[in-house]
Ligand binder design. Structure first.
Ligand code: MSP
Length: 486
C-alpha cells in the first residue's frame, strides 16, 4: 500500500435487524487493527462505522418485535455501539442512514449527479425481491423456489422504479480494476469481479415507491419525486461520502479524506462495492476508492454464520468468558483474511488455552515475576526495543493479519525458548556470581523481548499490549493476563 498522509478506512454498515454476531465482530476487528496500526505509524486516520437502517428487513423485524421502527433501531444501535466498546473498536464516527441531517444530504447529492449525467430512468418493473439480500434476484438463482443463501422465498414485486444505467459502466470499471487504480484484494476476488463484469452488467433498480404502510421518515426521498425513496443499496453506499459531509457546506472531512484508502467488506457484498459503487462514483464525477479488501466468511458448522440461518455465536458471550483480547486474537490469527474460516466454541477454547493462557500469559507472568524479584529497577528501553519489524508492518498493510500475528507468536515462542534453554530462574539463585550475572542479563533480555512483543501487539490486542508495556515500565508482574478457563 502506498504511503499517504491520511488514511480513510470504512466498514460495511450493518443491517440493524438483530444483534451483531461474530461475523460482524470479525470485520470490525480487522478494521480496527488496521486503523490502530496506521495511527501508530503517525498517519492521520479516519475510521468509519455505521448502520444501514432504511431496510425492509428492519421494518419486518421491528414489527415482529411489536415496536415502532425508530424505537426498535435505538435499542439495536445501542447493541452495536456497546459491542464496539467491549471489543475496543475505536471508530471516529458512527453514521446512521436514518440521520436526515448527516446522511441524507450526501445521498441526495449523489442521486442528483446521477440524474444529471442521464444515468437514471424510470420504468415499470416486475421481479423477485429477496429481503435477506435486499436486492432483486433472478428465477435461476432459486433452489426449490427459495433463495439458497437465506432459505426464504423471494417476494414478487411489480412497481415503477428508477433504474441506474449500470450497464454503461462495465468497460470503465474493468479498466480501473485492471490498471490497479481501483485495487481489489485478494486476487481471487479481483478475478471474480472481472468475470462478473465480463458477463455483462445489467441496469439496477435504484428506488422503491413509498408503499402503503412503509414507515414515515424511513428511506431517503428521491430528489424531485416524492412518491419514491432510494433503493437501500444506493442509499447505503453513499454513506462512505455522506459521513464526510459530501453535499453539504461542512465538507472539510470529505476534502481531507476522500477517496477512501480502503473499504473493508465481506466477499458476499463485493458486487455492490466493486461494480455498483464505482459506477455511481464515475457517473457522479467523483474519485474512486483506492482499495477494496474483501474478506472471507466465518462459518459455524460449515454454513455462513448468519442471522437468517440462526447459527450465530454471540461475541459478547465469548468476551464475557474469555475477555476482549481473546476474541480479537482468535479472529485475527485463526481466521484467514482471504478465505472462509469455521469457528466453534471448542476451537476457540483450545486456541485460547494453548496460545494465550499457556503461551503469552505464561511468558509474561514468568518473566515479570523474575524481573520484579531480581532486577533492581525497570529495564531502560531504547527505540530499537520497541521498533516494529518491517515484515510485520508489511503483513498488516497487505491485510495478512493472521500472518502478522504468527510473526508475533514466533517472537513469543523464541522468548519461551530462552526461558527454557537458559533457565534464568535457576541461574539467578546460583552461588556463583558469574552465573547469577548471566541469569540477570537473560532476564533483562526477556523483558526487552516483552517490550518488543507489546509494541507489535498494540494494534491487534490493545489492552494486552498496554498491560505488558506498563508491567515492563514499572518492573512489576501484572495481573494474570489470560487465566486458565475450565
Ligand atoms: N448493510 C449491508 C452493507 C452495506 S455497506 C454500504 C450488509 N449488512 S450485513 O449486516 O448483512 O452485513 C455486513 C457485513 O458483515 C458484510 O460485509 C458481510 O460480509 C459481513 N458478514 C456477515 N456475516 C458474516 C460472517 N458470517 N462472516 C464474516 N463476515 C460476515 O450487507
Amino acid at each position: 500500500m502506498e504511503q499517504d498522509n491520511t488514511f480513510y478506512l470504512t466498514t460495511p454498515i450493518f443491517y440493524p435487524n438483530a444483534k451483531l454476531h461474530l461475523g460482524h465482530a470479525y470485520v470490525m476487528t480487522l478494521a480496527d487493527t488496521l486503523a490502530r496500526a496506521k495511527r501508530g505509524a503517525g498517519v492521520k486516520t479516519y475510521f468509519l462505522a455505521g448502520s444501514d437502517e432504511n431496510t425492509q428487513k428492519m421494518v419486518d423485524a421491528a414489527s415482529k418485535a411489536g415496536k415502532e421502527p425508530l424505537e426498535f433501531l435505538k435499542a439495536i444501535v445501542e447493541n452495536f455501539t456497546n459491542l464496539y466498546k467491549e471489543l475496543d473498536i475505536a471508530f471516529d464516527q458512527f453514521i446512521r442512514t436514518t440521520d436526515d441531517q448527516k446522511h441524507w444530504p450526501g445521498a441526495s447529492e449523489i442521486w442528483k449527479r446521477l440524474a444529471q449525467a442521464g444515468d437514471l430512468y424510470k420504468k415499470e418493473y416486475e421481479g423477485l425481491y429477496c429481503v435477506g439480500h435486499e436486492m432483486f434476484i433472478s428465477e435461476k438463482d432459486l433452489v426449490n423456489g427459495k433463495c439458497p443463501d437465506h432459505d426464504t422465498p423471494p417476494e414478487r414485486i411489480k412497481e415503477e422504479n428508477y433504474f441506474f444505467r449500470l450497464s454503461r459502466f462495465g468497460g470503465a470499471i474493468k479498466a480501473k480494476i485492471e490498471s490497479g487504480e481501483l485495487k481489489v484484494v485478494p486476487e481471487s476476488r479481483k478475478n471474480e469481479i472481472l468475470a462478473f463484469i465480463d458477463r455483462g452488467l445489467e441496469d439496477v433498480s435504484f428506488s422503491r415507491p413509498k408503499k402503503r404502510g412503509w414507515p414515515e421518515g424511513l428511506g431517503v426521498p428521491v430528489p424531485g419525486d416524492d412518491s419514491q425513496v432510494m433503493y437501500v443499496w444506493c442509499d447505503a453506499l453513499a454513506n462512505y461520502i455522506s459521513a464526510l459531509g459530501f453535499g453539504t457546506d461542512d465538507d472539510a472531512l470529505y476534502k481531507e479524506f476522500w477517496p477512501a484508502n480502503v473499504h473493508i467488506i465481506g466477499k458476499d457484498i463485493l458486487r455492490f462495492h466493486a461494480a455498483i459503487w464505482p459506477a455511481m462514483l464515475i457517473s457522479a464525477g467523483l474519485p474512486l476508492p483506492k482499495t477494496i479488501f474483501a474478506h472471507g466468511i466465518i462459518t459455524s458448522g460449515g454454513r455462513k454464520m448468519s442471522k437468517s440461518l440462526g447459527n450465530v455465536i454471540d461475541p459478547q458471550e465469548l468476551i464475557e468468558k474469555y475477555g476482549t483480547d481473546a476474541v480479537r486474537y482468535y479472529l485475527l490469527r485463526h481466521v484467514s483474511p482471504f478465505e472462509d474460516g469455521d469457528l466453534t466454541r471448542e476451537s476457540f477454547h483450545d486456541a485460547y488455552t494453548a496460545n494465550l493462557a499457556n503461551g503469552l500469559g505464561n511468558l509474561v507472568a514468568r518473566t515479570m515475576t523474575l524481573a520484579e524479584e531480581h532486577l533492581p529497577h525497570p529495564v531502560e528501553l531504547t527505540d530499537e526495543d520497541e521498533k516494529l519489524d518491517a515484515a510485520f508492518v508489511e503483513k498488516i498493510e497487505n491485510f495478512r493479519f493472521n500472518e502478522a500475528m504468527d510473526l508475533v507468536f514466533a517472537m513469543i515462542g523464541a522468548a519461551d525458548g530462552i526461558m527454557t534453554e537458559r533457565a534464568p530462574y535457576k541461574g539467578i539463585k546460583s552461588g556463583d556470581a558469574v552465573e547469577r550475572e548471566t541469569a540477570r542479563k537473560d532476564i533483562e533480555e526477556l523483558v526487552r523481548r516483552l517490550a518488543k512483543i507489546s509494541a507489535h501487539l498494540a494494534p491487534a490486542l490493545p489492552r494486552t499490549s498496554a498491560a505488558i508495556s506498563s508491567a515492563v515500565r514499572k518492573n512489576h508482574k501484572p495481573e494474570n493476563l489470560f487465566p486458565r478457563i475450565g
